[in-house]
Structures are given as C-alpha cells and as structure tokens.
Design a protein. Structure first.
Length: 95
C-alpha cells in the first residue's frame, strides 16, 4: 500500500514532516520511491532513494500518427524496467 507525505500529522511541525517522509513508499511513473528502507541498499546511503535512469530522443514518427515520437535511447545496465526502443541518431540541422 502506498503511503504519501500527505499522511503528515502536523504539516507545520518539521519533525512530523520528517516522520511522514521517512514512512513514504509510493509508486510513480519512474518506479517505486521507497523512503522506508534506510540506508538505501544499492549504494548504502542514508536518506536516499536510487532510481534507474533512461534517456530519450525525439525522432520523426514513422507511423503517420504524429509528427514526432519519443524513443528511449539510453538506459542503465541494470534498469530492466526501462527497455531501449531505438539506437541514438545523430542530429542534423539545416545549414
């Protein structure tokens, strides 16, 4: 079950905010953000949440639906949930 910072008991009290953030575990578009695990296991850093990285590139859409499409052209090696959809293309600009 996702716990959001909105669960803060007293939003004007800094200790209440800290406790709410420490209890936060939420699934976002980039994956799970889990502040309940401390220190973070991948890098062993306290108060840190590691997220996989990916890079996108806009290219001409070949389907005819849109002028451009977003392709994922780079991803961390262990980020299996961010599949690469195309190879990076060199950008050309009018002279």
């Amino acid at each position: 079950m996702d716990r959001h910072p909105q669960a803060c008991q007293e939003p004007t009290d800094k200790n209440s905010i800290i406790e709410a953030v420490k209890a936060t575990k939420v699934t976002l578009t980039g994956g799970v953000v889990d502040w309940t695990v401390n220190p973070e296991p991948k890098f062993n850093i306290p108060n840190f949440c590691a997220k996989p990285l990916g890079g996108g590139q806009w290219v001409k859409d070949t389907t005819g639906k849109h002028n451009y499409a977003q392709e994922i052209v780079a991803s961390e090696q262990d980020a299996t949930n961010i599949p690469i959809t195309a190879q990076m293309k060199e950008m050309t600009y009018p002279a």
